[in-house]
Design a protein around this ligand. Structure first.
Ligand SMILES: NC(=O)c1ccc[n+]([C@@H]2O[C@H](COP(=O)([O-])OP(=O)(O)OC[C@H]3O[C@@H](n4cnc5c(N)ncnc54)[C@H](O)[C@@H]3O)[C@@H](O)[C@H]2O)c1
Length: 284
């Protein structure tokens, strides 16, 4: 019987990160490179992706393979997986990180076009990234597939039904796949990550939807950033890397994610009232 090691080393691994032009993705790229991983990075935004590549080199890392495309395009994702595998000869770590948000909107009012847009990137992008890279990960003696969900993949939140839907779906897919891999290819560790508020551009880059004016949306973003986005992207990356090394199935980042998710687990019906009231008091 082949015994699996209890921890994974990052040094010398080939790691892939989507959405690496900003926030958590950029911090992950820098942290992985610092620990000796060689990188293939994606982002929709060519300029910010190239900036991340330059930052990796500045801190002494090898120039990453940079491929800009939309993760919601499954043909491009599969072509990317082939390109990474032929460039490096192997793939060890795949992190489906690219994600977007919608502004405050009721489930009743949200346009299908906006709902489909966020599902395309957050949910389908993660499915495409997982399916495209799994054959390469399975070929390794140890490998890691990481899907970035959210606190909002553990608890529901008002006026964010589309975002919550994408993040709950990521958790469902990821937990199902983790069980499947334990049965079929136990050397592939599958992890879902649930960050609380991380100081990144995600809220500011959210698509403005519903009836809010641009000014109202901006005020809401300011309040959200001040009240909720407390953890740095570097700290989030550090916790995610620790989870990869320890082969964790689930990684929750920050007490602002750990406490509400615990309340939801212990009080699955009542948490809606408790957290709903707290959100109302905060004016979000
Ligand atoms: N910041 C938070 O508070 C927080 C909390 C929980 C979960 N998350 C999740 O973390 C992940 C990273 O978000 P972040 O906070 O670093 O945001 P960010 O906006 O700083 O970075 C997201 C990156 O994804 C890229 N991207 C967007 N659409 C893309 C597409 N279609 N194809 C390829 N790249 C695309 C953007 O260009 C950007 O560089 C997301 O999945 C997000 O949902 C963030």
């Amino acid at each position: 019987m082949h015994l699996q090691s209890l921890s994974m080393k990052i040094n010398g691994k080939i790691a892939v990160v989507t959405g690496a032009g900003s926030g958590i993705g950029r911090a992950l790229a820098l942290a992985l490179s610092k620990e000796g991983a060689r990188l293939a990075l994606n982002d929709f935004n060519k300029q910010t992706l190239e900036e991340t590549g330059a930052l990796v080199e500045e801190q002494g890392g090898e120039a990453p393979l940079l491929v800009d495309f939309d993760v919601a395009d499954h043909k491009k994702m599969h072509a990317f997986a082939e390109q990474v595998a032929s460039h490096f000869g192997q793939v060890d770590i795949m992190i489906n990180n690219a994600g977007v948000a919608l502004g405050k909107v009721t489930a009743e009012d949200v346009e299908y076009e906006d709902f489909e847009w966020i599902m395309g990137i957050n949910f389908w992008g993660m499915v495409y990234g997982s399916k495209a890279f799994l054959p390469f990960l399975k070929a390794r003696t140890e490998a890691s597939l990481v899907n970035i969900s959210s606190l909002f993949g553990l608890i529901g939140i008002a006026y964010q039904a589309p975002y919550c839907t994408t993040k709950f779906a990521i958790r469902g897919f990821t937990e199902s796949l983790r069980m499947e891999m334990l049965d079929l290819s136990p050397q592939v560790c599958v992890t879902s990550v649930h960050p609380g508020g991380i100081k990144t551009k995600i809220a500011r880059s959210a698509r403005v939807v519903g009836s809010a004016t641009k000014k109202e949306s901006e005020q809401l973003v300011n309040k959200f950033e001040q009240s909720f986005m407390k953890t740095t992207a570097e700290e989030a990356a550090r916790v995610i890397l620790k989870g990869i090394k320890k082969k964790k199935g689930q990684v929750i980042i920050g007490n602002d994610a750990k406490i509400p998710s615990l309340i939801a687990r212990v009080l699955p019906s009542r948490y809606i009232n408790i957290i709903g009231k707290a959100m109302k008091r905060s004016g979000i």
